[in-house]
Design a protein around this ligand. Structure first.
Ligand code: 13P
Length: 239
C-alpha cells in the first residue's frame, strides 16, 4: 500500500526530439505519483502543448543571473514564462563538465526561487569519495554550502545521485540508499520547516524502481536514460 505520492522526474539531458515528444504525448498520467519531465530547452514549448496536463514541466538548468550580457544563458524568469514549474540545479554533469561550484549552485537555487520555480537540487558523492568512506562528508559539504543557505520556509526538492551510479547500470544497495537518505533527511530537517522530498537518481529503471521507491525516505526518482523510452518510463511512473 502506498502511503503518499512520490515524485517521478525525467531528465532527458541533451537527448530527445520533436518526434520523441510526440510519442510521449500518449503517455497516460500516473495515478499515484507526480510526474515531471525535464526536456532540453528547445522542446519546452512542444512539451507544454503535447504532454498530458497532469505532467509538470521542468528545465535542466538556469542561469544565476536574471538578464543581461550572458550569451547562451537562460534565466529562471524566462523559464517561468514557458510554464516551467521545476528546474534541475547542480546536476553532477554540470558540476564536472561545466565547473559549477556549490556557490554557483546556491545562486542558481536563489534565482529559481525568486522566479517561483521549485529547484530540484542534485547532490552525490564521486567514486573516490565513496571508496575513501567520505560519502556523508561530501553530502554534508554540498548541503552546507548551498541548501543550508536557503530560507527555511522555501520549497525545494533534493535529488541524491551518487555520481558513480549515473549511466553505469550500478546502484547502491538497499541499505546504502536507506542510510544515505536518512542522513540527508535528518540534515535537511534541522534547517527546513517542512519535509523536503529526497529523490534517488542513478541507473533507476523499470526493474529496480519499485524496490528503490519503497525504501524509507525515498520520495521518488530522478531518471535519466530510462526516461527516454516511453514504455519503460510509463512503468516507472506507475511504480
Ligand atoms: P541515469 O538514469 O541514466 O543513470 O541518469 C541519472 C541522472 O543523471 C538523472 O539526472
Amino acid at each position: 500500500m502506498k502511503n503518499n505520492k512520490k515524485i517521478i522526474a525525467a531528465n532527458w539531458k541533451m537527448n530527445g526530439s520533436e518526434e520523441l515528444m510526440k510519442e510521449f504525448s500518449q503517455l497516460t498520467p500516473a495515478r499515484h505519483n507526480d510526474v515531471i519531465i525535464c526536456p532540453p530547452f528547445t522542446l519546452l514549448d512542444s512539451a507544454k502543448s503535447l504532454l498530458s496536463n497532469s505532467i509538470k514541466l521542468g528545465a535542466q538548468n538556469c542561469s544565476a543571473e536574471d538578464k543581461g550580457p550572458f550569451t547562451g544563458e537562460i534565466s529562471a524568469s524566462m523559464l517561468q514564462e514557458k510554464n516551467v514549474s521545476h528546474v534541475l540545479i547542480g546536476h553532477s554533469e554540470r558540476r564536472t563538465l561545466f565547473k559549477e561550484t556549490d556557490y554557483v549552485i546556491l545562486k542558481k537555487i536563489e534565482a529559481a526561487i525568486k522566479s517561483k520555480l521549485i529547484p530540484i537540487v542534485c547532490i552525490g558523492e564521486t567514486i573516490s569519495e565513496k571508496k575513501t568512506n567520505k560519502t556523508l562528508q561530501a553530502l554534508d559539504s554540498q548541503i552546507n554550502r548551498s541548501l543550508a543557505k536557503i530560507q527555511p520556509h522555501e520549497q525545494v526538492i533534493v535529488a541524491y545521485e551518487p555520481v558513480w551510479a549515473i549511466g553505469t547500470g550500478l546502484t547502491p544497495d538497499e541499505n546504502e540508499i536507506r542510510e544515505t537518505h536518512l542522513y540527508i533527511k535528518t540534515k535537511l530537517n534541522q534547517h527546513f520547516n517542512a519535509d523536503i522530498p529526497i529523490l534517488y537518481g542513478g541507473s533507476a529503471n523499470s526493474e529496480n524502481c519499485s524496490q528503490i521507491i519503497s525504501i524509507e525516505n525515498v520520495g521518488g526518482l530522478l531518471v535519466g536514460g530510462a526516461s527516454l523510452k516511453k514504455h519503460e518510463f510509463k512503468t516507472i511512473c506507475n511504480c
